[in-house]
Design a protein around this ligand. Structure first.
Ligand code: GLU
Length: 481
């Protein structure tokens, strides 16, 4: 999954800013307010030493805080060899807009460490993560009340435990210490459903889209999610869960999966569970028996399909391949997979795009639930689950007495069962995805200058942030869009 041979004229950060500019113009917002919102508040480069074997290595990381209109600021921590300042700023910026659109009361931030995790042992990675977390905490870039990190590319619940541990060592008296990171394992203060949250959110976003026949028709798709032919780029946490939920729960046909070093294609649909097992065991897609292996993954991105889901890294759909993309709907599960120039080309071509700040908001939404769970020091549903079950039993008895009939075991279980934490997390996530979709649809219907989901999403996000700045006396009032 490289961009070899391709040169975009704008950086990732510039692409995001141009997309915001477009929304500000379409919404008629004060350009001065736009400038205030677009500025990245803080960007820090951090260099720190770690003793690896007998040698001292110096590592370079970045931390960016885009906006602090709401605190804490929130965002993922990325470990990758390609990490750079522009990227971290762009990703922090996207986090602000994403949180605003999804009504998550956080500002946007992002951390990144320039490292190839594959070059280090688990123990070395723990030391490096510990050292980086210590640097971040010292500067208050890691704190339950000011700045909360989460998994991103190259990190997972494992790194989150190491980070929480480093924070705990520094601030043992802080009662809310575990809330300095989200995406932790359940055994360390995590929440049910966080690991797969972004993929679940993508599934809910697609469900929303297909609940709106006019949007489906405008995209040139046939009714219903079932049977749609989908290509997924990326088999990491987001791509895997997206492909899994869509194929197993929505009867979508995943006809191709693209990863580093190639793609698997099968017009009858790929078994995602088996593919992931193969990928984990052989560190690549090659040799998988459930489809044809194609070495040139980029060519598969241009294969004809109904829905294309880029779920890997940024700038995968760019000025050089945008004309060749052969799909009706792009669902951006990754952050920034489409460059500004590609976006313009695709808009011109009439390809519908569900934008990243909406589609992948599931991760931070469930992170928000985890953070509040950590602050309350109690699992969701603990106080009312049994109570709800007892009420359910009472209702059932009343119904049975009044009707003289006995409910089937299935119905009995449904009525009587109280919500688990996972039920509540899924319900809250679904609600968030529904609300944000409705907001975008309403704007598109209401405002004739806004006719695509990305512009609608940015317009809503900018309006919410601007309103918050206005309330603090820092910006002009924002008019209705
Ligand atoms: N890394 C994820 C994202 O880019 C999650 C961030 C979070 O949960 O704070 O949205």
């Amino acid at each position: 999954m490289t961009n070899e041979g391709f040169k975009e004229t704008m950086t990732f950060r510039e692409c995001v800013d141009r997309m915001v500019d477009r929304a500000i113009i379409a919404s008629g917002f004060d350009p001065g307010t736009g400038k205030i919102i677009q500025a990245c508040n803080v960007v820090s480069q951090i260099k720190f030493p770690v003793k690896i074997g007998n040698k001292i290595e110096i590592f370079t990381g970045w931390w960016a805080q885009h906006s602090s209109h709401r605190l804490p600021v929130k965002g993922g921590l990325r470990f990758a060899p390609i990490v750079n300042q522009d990227e971290i700023e762009a990703l922090a910026t996207l986090m602000s807009y994403k949180c605003a659109l999804a009504d998550i009361p956080f500002g946007g931030a992002k951390g990144g460490l320039c490292i190839n995790p594959a070059n280090y042992s688990k123990n070395e990675l723990r030391q490096i993560t510990h050292a980086f977390a210590t640097e971040l905490a010292r500067k208050e870039y890691l704190s339950p009340s000011l700045s909360v990190l989460a998994p991103d590319l190259g990190t997972s619940s494992r790194e989150m435990v190491w980070i929480a541990d480093a924070y705990k060592n520094m601030f043992p008296e802080n009662l809310n210490q575990s809330a300095c990171v989200t995406g932790k394992p359940l055994t360390h203060g995590g929440i049910a459903g966080r690991t797969e949250a972004t993929g679940k959110g993508v599934q809910y976003a697609l469900r929303q889209f297909f609940h709106h026949p006019d949007a489906v028709e405008a995209a040139g798709l046939s009714d219903g999610l079932e049977g749609q032919r989908v290509i997924v780029q990326g088999l990491g946490n987001v791509g895997y869960h997206t492909a899994k939920f869509l194929s197993e729960e929505e009867d979508v046909k995943v006809i191709a999966v693209i990863e580093r070093g190639g793609a698997i294609v099968n017009p009858d649909g790929i078994n995602i569970h088996n593919l992931r097992q193969h990928f984990a065991n052989s560190d690549g897609l090659k040799g998988f028996e459930g489809g044809d292996y194609i070495e040139n993954g980029s060519s598969v991105l241009e294969m004809e399909c109904d829905i294309l889901i880029p779920a890997a890294i940024e700038s995968q759909i760019h000025a050089n391949n945008a004309m060749a993309i052969n799909t009706k709907l792009i669902v951006e599960a990754a952050n920034g997979p489409t460059t500004y120039e590609a976006d313009e080309i695709l808009r011109e071509r009439g390809v519908t795009i569900l934008p990243d700040l909406y589609v992948n908001a599931g991760g931070v939404t469930v992170s928000y639930f985890e953070w509040t769970r950590n602050l309350s020091h109690m699992r969701f549903g603990r106080m009312q689950r049994r109570y709800d079950e007892l009420r359910g039993i009472t209702y059932l008895h009343v119904l049975e007495e009044l009707t003289g009939k006995t409910a089937s075991d299935k119905l009995r279980n449904e009525i009587v069962r109280g919500a688990s934490e996972l039920d509540l997390v899924r319900s809250g996530l679904d609600d968030t995805m529904q609300m944000a979709f409705t907001d975008m649809r309403d704007i598109i219907k209401r405002n004739e200058k806004i006719n695509d989901f990305r512009t609608a999403a940015y317009a809503i996000a900018v309006a919410k942030i601007a309103h918050s700045y206005y309330e603090q006396g820092l910006a002009e009032p924002v008019q209705d869009i």
